[in-house]
Write a protein that binds this ligand. Structure first.
Ligand code: FPP
Length: 246
């Protein structure tokens, strides 16, 4: 219904999928049921975004801090992730979606990593939407790792300290080959960034919805995207400058 109204979609959409636990709790269900429903939302949103022509979709699926959740929940989330990736790889190939992972990969279980790598490998040549899962991801850790890599380059004499600037720095982040997100959606009414893409979100338009992730349906996505269209992105300039009046 709202579909026809979309004249511009973000090139890069990032989403903090939040509220699976609260969705389940409100229904007196186990948290893992909320995560299961969350996976169904992931499938729908990936398909919608790909159909809408969004070039990059980045989903915060498991944070560096999520390892501190109860062991049973962590285990169940890793199992869900494995099943998701096994089931969806074929569809990603069919839908021309390129899949990749950002985050601290060595912390992930070996079998999960194997299937993630397989999905990345078989979709590497695809030219449609790039789907990125942030797993065991923390932005401060990503920035610290980039600094470490740069320090090694400087110590080896391959980079001069004066060559380091915001553009060259971005080349050392996990997202070096992607544009920064244009639009960030966070579900469940929380208004925080929670250590997600801190560097990359500098000029991103932020959108918060009360809906829990399992309830984030097509209409909610469209509502968010219609909202994005109405935002004027100024990147520090004046409105007149952006509109070409000056
Ligand atoms: C936040 O809900 C969600 C997560 C920590 C994980 C998100 C995971 C999924 C949507 C499923 C797995 C993902 C893929 C791609 C297979 P919460 O548990 O923090 O909810 P709460 O704040 O209400 O407790």
């Amino acid at each position: 219904m709202l579909h026809g109204k979309l004249s511009k979609v973000p090139t890069h959409l990032a989403i903090i999928m939040d509220g699976n636990g609260r969705w389940a709790k409100a229904r007196m269900l186990q948290r893992i049921i909320g995560h299961q429903r969350g996976v169904e939302t992931v499938k729908r949103v990936v398909e919608e975004c790909s159909n809408l022509g969004i070039r990059y979709l980045t989903l915060f699926a498991f944070s560096a801090e999520n390892w501190f959740r109860p062991k049973t929940e962590v285990k169940a989330l890793m199992l869900l992730l494995k099943h998701y990736i096994i089931a969806e790889t074929k569809r990603m190939v069919e839908d021309n979606i390129r899949f990749q992972v950002i985050g601290n990969r060595p912390e992930l279980p070996a079998d999960v990593l194997h299937h993630l790598d397989e999905a990345s490998r078989v979709t590497a040549g695809n030219s449609g939407m790039t789907l990125t899962l942030a797993l065991s991801y923390g932005a401060r850790q990503e920035i610290a790792a980039a600094v470490r890599r740069i320090a090694h380059e400087v110590a080896a004499g391959r980079i001069a300290p004066d060559e380091i600037n915001d553009t060259s720095f971005a080349g050392f982040l996990d997202t070096s080959h992607m544009p920064d997100p244009d639009f960030l959606i966070r579900t469940s009414g929380e208004m925080r960034i929670s250590n997600f893409l801190l560097w990359q979100l500098a000029y991103t338009e932020l959108y918060f919805t009360e809906k829990n992730w399992p309830d984030f349906d097509r209409d909610e996505l469209m509502k968010a995207l219609v909202h994005y269209q109405s935002r004027e992105r100024r990147f520090g300039k004046t409105s007149d400058q952006v509109k070409g009046r000056i």
